[in-house]
Write a protein that binds this ligand. Structure first.
Ligand SMILES: [Zn+2]
Length: 249
């Protein structure tokens, strides 16, 4: 048996692979309480530090495993995400302990927690982890019908804690990224995000498909019309069709 976690379920949301390994109900490792008003009202962004990776695994798996092994000191979060992996530990209708405001505080009581694992060294891995965290935030906001104003930092709930430490210095950029992801989910094909799907978008998709152009994360999501997680010539054709009015979808 592998010493690493095996997910109970793997799902794909907008090209983001999410591995589920939920903390069992009744476990002392989580509050075992529903969100205060029975629904998700906010999404909270945290940063936690990159840790040395054992051969064959990654940070997100290591944090998820540490939680399930009882080594996280009572902290429980909904999602751990890094540059390659994403693990879910709590259902989206239940509370975690992540905001340091107890059982009745609004941080724990009303929000889903995303821990984005970073080093704070502005490396490619950090940028990718942050980008994937923004995408996950956009997915959760959209799924629960929440406006961008419902995206919070840990510090919003608990001012003494400077968290997410590596994102707070450029928080408005992060918010913009979440908005771009949301736009891409709602406007498939509009890669340049100018409000319409044109042959220019089709050309961009084609160039990306053959490796001549590099798209940002939100652009790649807008380009991925069939949702298979890749930008291919098939997407370029679908966008071209849409641009000439052959498809109103
Ligand atoms: Zn935090």
């Amino acid at each position: 048996m592998s010493k690493f976690l095996t997910p109970d379920k793997i799902r794909n949301e907008y090209g983001l692979e999410i591995k589920e390994k939920l903390i069992p109900d009744g476990s002392r490792l989580k509050p075992n309480r529903k969100l205060t008003r029975g629904r998700v009202e906010y999404v909270t962004i945290h940063n936690t530090d990159d840790i040395n990776e054992a051969e064959g695994t990654n940070d997100a798996e290591q944090y998820a495993r540490a939680t399930l092994n009882g080594n996280m000191g009572g902290v429980s979060v909904h999602y751990y995400i890094d540059e390659t992996d994403c693990w879910q530990l709590l259902r989206e209708d239940e509370m975690g302990y992540h905001a340091a405001d107890g059982n009745t505080g609004p941080g724990n009581g009303t929000s889903l927690a995303i821990e984005i694992i970073m080093k704070g060294d502005k490396s490619k891995d950090d940028r990718e982890a942050e980008d994937r965290g923004a995408k996950l935030a956009a997915i959760l906001l959209r799924k629960h019908g929440l406006a961008i104003t419902r995206l919070k930092t840990h510090r919003d709930w608990y001012p003494k804690k400077y968290c997410p430490a590596y994102i707070l210095p450029h928080w408005s950029e992060f918010v913009k990224k979440v908005l771009d992801y949301t736009y891409a989910m709602n406007h498939k094909g509009d890669i340049d995000m100018d409000g319409k799907v044109t042959t220019k978008d089709a050309r961009l998709a084609l160039r990306a498909a053959v490796g001549l152009a590099k798209l940002t994360g939100p652009q790649a999501l807008a380009a991925d019309t069939d949702g298979d997680g890749k930008v291919t010539t098939k997407d370029a054709r679908a966008i071209l069709k849409k641009s000439v009015g052959g498809d109103t979808a």
